[in-house]
Write a protein that binds this ligand. Structure first.
Ligand code: IPE
Ligand code: IPE
Ligand code: MG
Length: 249
């Protein structure tokens, strides 16, 4: 029996439908090797492909990957411009494989705020993979939860202003309809949120959506992350008892 076949059989049926990952530690991975930080991002991109395949194979329906936050613009310009080119490289290289795997690419975040070439690559990847039905690979790109919530409030206020919406009608469903994850419908909220690199914080990721997500952390840096660790983390998720505020039956 092959190694990953063995690992997979240790998982029970309870595969999370929506897995979100804060892919962290690229810079530290490179610095440990006396390499420039961007070498870590490059390696991290390969891991994205590996984990996409693993997730799809396990039966995950939505994989949301935090690729660039609204706060990451604070980084040195050469690092930012490298990160802005990465989606172009990634999609050029992997879209044929993604199509073959039945993976549909989506992007959550402020796409219009990206450089034009990045926007073009993103829009093309979304279009080229639109027929994929096995799994959604959702990149959070130029995404920030506070930005998302601010925009949600603006658009709801606008709807109230123009009398399209009554204040009394604003409920959790209306709010979800105005969030950027709305297109995921009932799969909007991650079952599990994974963060690599040992940091145990949310860093402005999916604040509304993770209200009842299981949080799982690993010290492994993202470029060292692999299928084995991924499956270990899914197993950790499977040990959790999700109660959603109710009492166990
Ligand atoms: C995650 O790795 C990738 C992005 C945030 C774009 P980092 O670049 O944050 O790596 P560390 O945390 O500095 O090691
Ligand atoms: C979160 O990582 C953003 C992404 C992984 C894209 P950061 O490295 O930017 O977060 P902080 O600065 O450590 O909170
Ligand atoms: Mg980091």
């Amino acid at each position: 029996m092959k190694m990953n076949q063995k690992l997979e059989t240790e998982l029970n049926e309870n595969i999370p439908k929506h897995v979100a990952i804060i892919m962290d530690g690229n810079g530290r991975w490179a610095q440990k090797r006396f390499m420039p930080r961007v070498a870590g991002h490059k390696r991290g991109m390969e891991v994205v492909k590996t984990i996409t395949k693993s997730a799809s194979k396990l039966g995950v329906k939505v994989l949301t990957l935090y690729a660039f936050s609204t706060e990451n613009w604070k980084r040195p310009q050469d690092e930012v411009s490298f990160l802005m080119k990465l989606p172009i490289t990634f999609f050029n290289k992997f879209v044929p494989e993604l199509i073959e795997e039945g993976v549909q690419v989506r992007v959550t975040g402020d796409i219009d705020g990206l450089p034009q070439a990045t926007q073009d690559a993103v829009r093309k990847a979304i279009e080229d993979t639109a027929q994929g039905t096995k799994m959604i690979l959702n990149f959070a790109l130029n995404y920030g939860s506070r930005d998302e919530i601010t925009k949600m409030v603006q658009s709801i206020a606008q709807a109230v202003n123009t009398k399209q919406l009554d204040v009394d009608k604003i409920d959790e469903q209306v709010i979800e309809n105005h969030l950027q994850t709305n297109f995921l419908g009932e799969l909007s909220n991650p079952d599990v949120l994974i963060r690599t690199s040992g940091e145990e914080r949310i860093s402005n990721f999916l604040l509304w959506q993770i209200a009842y997500s299981e949080l799982v952390f690993t010290d492994t840096l993202w470029p060292d992350f692999d299928e084995k660790i991924f499956i270990e983390m899914i197993k950790e998720y499977q040990k959790r008892d999700r109660r959603f505020g109710a009492i166990k039956k």
